[in-house]
Write a protein that binds this ligand. Structure first.
Ligand code: KG4
Ligand code: ZN
Length: 356
């Protein structure tokens, strides 16, 4: 079965052609990084406008790279949410138009299910039950996946997502955008033990996360460091991120220590969940799963428990449409009927709260 996947939930316009839920025939991602970089974050209206501009060429390129015509596509799959509503509506509108014009079935997909599915591209087989950590710019969720379509949320962030913390720390230090990638590479030059930033484990047994405290700890550390080391007495108080950049700050040590603290909590809670639910397989997906230190520590710790760790290739961790096509395939294969063409975007997916 050939599925055309369409993804436009945030700042990437993506289309992909996937065969039988795992074989990627093409995957095209048009990034909006340069558009949002001057603002240090995604500007929703600019994102929607850019999706409108490029979505048709992106789909055409995906079909061309797969060497297929639209007539060879069996099913269209599109991200329904969660995400920026204006962005989602672009992908959904185009997918509905294609489905209506071609008479092909359309299936709507949860973006986070797509991220999990990215671990099973290229022949890897899921062995249920699975613990899945989906860690991105908008989410830090731990799931117990019992089967296709049977996914329980067992932990989630109570404030910032891990990717959001990376992005905010990078923005404060004026390191560039997107923050996660910059910190990942700069941290390789720093000492992860240099500064002891707090790790929020929350209540005993909790699988929830909290990353706003560590972000504040970085800000406080920089302000204090700047005040103690500021050569010019008159500019001591109220050091901003930009002003701090002009100081001889140990930036590589700061970001390496920050990254280490975030990674430690992510790895520890994932391993705790894997042991608690007695799974044999762990999946870690979403943009932050591309982080090299997180991948290394997961391999050590999850591997140390004797469990199988399934990490998607870095380009499948960040937003893409191959994962949406694969998730759409499995929805249909496991009994979901094709969608009517009157569904809406879901900006905030009503997830079952952890513990309820
Ligand atoms: O999954 P994704 O592409 O989009 C969302 O659905 O949010 O994730 C984007 C997030 C951003 O916060 C970005 O900074 C982070 O993933 N990210 C990384 C890395 N690559 C992307 N964070 C840490 N290290 C990386 N290498
Ligand atoms: Zn995502």
């Amino acid at each position: 079965m050939i599925v055309l996947g369409i993804e436009s939930s945030c700042d990437e316009t993506a289309a992909a052609v996937v065969e039988d839920g795992w074989r990627i025939l093409s995957s095209v991602v048009s990034s909006q990084i340069t558009i949002h970089r001057p603002y240090g974050g995604v500007v929703p209206e600019l994102a929607s406008r850019q999706h409108v501009k490029v979505i048709i060429p992106v789909i055409a390129e995906a079909l061309q790279r797969a060497d297929l015509e639209m007539s060879s596509v069996d099913v269209i799959a599109v991200t329904q949410g969660p995400g920026l509503v204006g962005s989602l509506l672009v992908g959904i509108g185009v997918a509905k138009g294609l489905a209506y014009a071609s008479g092909k079935p359309l299936v709507a997909v949860n973006h986070l299910e797509g991220h999990i599915q990215a671990a099973f591209m290229n022949e890897a087989q899921p062995s249920f039950p699975i613990v899945a950590l989906v860690v991105s710019g908008g989410h830090t969720n731990l799931y117990l996946v019992k089967d296709y379509g049977s996914i329980d949320l067992v932990g989630r962030t109570r404030d910032d997502a891990a990717g959001e913390a990376f992005d905010k720390v990078a923005k404060f230090l004026d390191l560039g955008y997107p923050g996660g990638v910059v910190i990942d590479s700069l941290a390789r030059k720093g000492n992860p033990q240099a500064i002891s930033f707090p790790r929020a484990y929350l209540e005993r047994d909790s699988l929830d996360f909290s990353f706003s405290g560590i972000k504040t700890a970085v800000v406080n550390f920089v302000r204090k460091y700047a005040q103690t080391n500021q050569p010019n007495e008159s500019s001591k108080p109220g050091v901003s991120g930009v002003a701090a950049k002009e100081l001889p700050l140990p930036v590589a040590d700061i970001v390496a220590s920050f990254q280490e603290a975030v990674v430690e909590v992510l790895v520890e809670k994932t391993c705790t969940a894997a042991k608690r639910f007695q799974v044999r397989q762990v999946v870690v997906a979403g943009g932050v799963a591309a982080n090299s230190r997180l991948r290394q520590r997961l391999q050590e710790e999850v591997g140390g428990l004797g469990l199988f760790l399934n990490l998607p290739a870095p380009e499948l961790c960040t937003d893409n449409a191959a994962m949406i096509a694969a998730a759409g395939f499995h929805k249909l294969k496991h009994g979901d009927p094709p969608w009517e063409l009157n569904f809406d975007a879901i900006s905030r997916w009503p997830d079952v709260p952890a513990g309820s």
